[in-house]
Design a protein around this ligand. Sequence first.
Ligand code: GLC
Length: 553
Amino acid sequence: MRLTYTSDVWYKNAVVYCLDVETFKDGNGDGVGDFRGLTQEIDYLAGLGVTCLWLMPFFPTPNKDDGYDITDFYSIDPRLGTLGDFVEFMRTASDRGLRVIADLVVNHTSDQHPWFKESRSGRDSPRRDWYVWSDTPEPDDPKQVVFPDKEDSVWEYDEGSGQYYLHSFYRHQPDLNVGNPEVRDEIARILGFWMELGLSGFRVDAVPFLIENVNPQLANPHEFLADLRAFMTRRKGGSILLGEVNLPYKDLVRYFGDGLGDQITMCFDFIGMQRAWLSMARSDAGPLASALRERPEPPKDCQWAMFLRNHDELTLDKLTKAEQKEIFAAFGPSKDMQIYDRGLRRRLPSMLGGDLRRIKMAYSLLFSLPGTPVIFYGEEIGMGENLDEEGRMAVRIPMQWSKDGGFSQAEPVREVPEGSFAPDRVNVADQKRDTSSLLRWFQLLIERYRECPELAWGEYTVLDTGHPAVIAHRSDADGATVVVAHNLCDTAQDVELKLAGLERYRLTDLLVDGTVDVSADGVVQLPMGPHGCRWLRAAPPEIAPEDASVKAR
Ligand code: GLC
């Protein structure tokens, strides 16, 4: 069947905005962000143009891993509000046309979860095999340890019951055992519960960890993912799973569901993200272009999720040590900016030295890359990090609403940075008034991205530009074409693109006023300013450019 409506596959050109309720807006003046505060800011988010909110974990938690350590999957952390507040938030979001997805963290629970307490209470506990226990754990492979600053093994000995339990992450996060059918059923129940309250899907934490190392091993671990998706589709068509699957492309495609597209709906493009950073560090299109050329096409109805930064460290784990060093040297030279020997605990704008032109180019590139862009709160105003906060918390700082911070009346849960990224320099209120601000730039990019669905899901071709610092591609869908080019270096460059099939077409710039014509032999000369960005819609000579835009059906 060819007929696909954009609204059916809404996630394919969604703009996903990740936020932590705890640090977004405090509505009751206790210093902790909450659902009431978030609800007050829904109009800000709708005005920005994002279409889907991804909420980081908001469940009851001892908060040893910023909420990724959950003690109750069916409730709200009391610091963030009540289920009633959650429902009011959902109602307001849906009124403004915003979808909401939430983190699904079911690879593990907190060690304070009642299930784990019961499990560890004795070897004959009915919940014993809800977790993964062993008398003789396999020796650790150092690569398995995700947080090497805090852990040196993925097994922890439990004195009380005399066995080791598996924890892929911190020792206070025992791994749930999806080898147990009761656990699989419970996970489905959790999905069902939150979908009933209006969620459109989940960002699935640590997917490969979830289905591996379970007891007994699942005959086909991917069948479990397919089962979950089928369950969700039965309950709510159009609901999605957005997977954290940081694997090489060839291994990752299995998570979409072996050509069938019946497992994870969207996977983050970790490879493209890391190569994009290498390209920016070198001012060389090569690494990113090669990722885009190598990247497999997702099965029908699946999609890549594109990002440059998220709530974790900027992981560079899929690059060589030498490449990591180049990125460290360019964007995070001091030791306290680096973490786990493989990443940076910084936000994008500070990594790019606060250079607005370069920052605008980086986000223009992000929005134009084939896939669905995912942004982290505060990126739209160019927030920096606060290195005084511990580890990855450096980037999870309070949203900067106004000159005085505006996040809370009280002492905030985390500190905002001082200096050039402090709230008096970087905040929403000022940027709303400034037409040349990053916030306004985001609004424009989002508007254009939504108007050009072919960018998100068209067939793309990486173009030769004749200049190593300029990356360009074209996206074609339903006879419509958009051509984009980005100059990664800070000097002006003239590039020449060969655009087969667009001979004599006129290209209309979607970001600034202007047109450029393709020659009779299909060549276009494109002047690119320092860190310049061009998004160009192609129209045949007989159609006036203003009529040529493809409208979402
Ligand atoms: C994922 C999350 C990270 C968390 C970890 C353990 O990698 O992105 O923030 O600490 O899982 O849940």
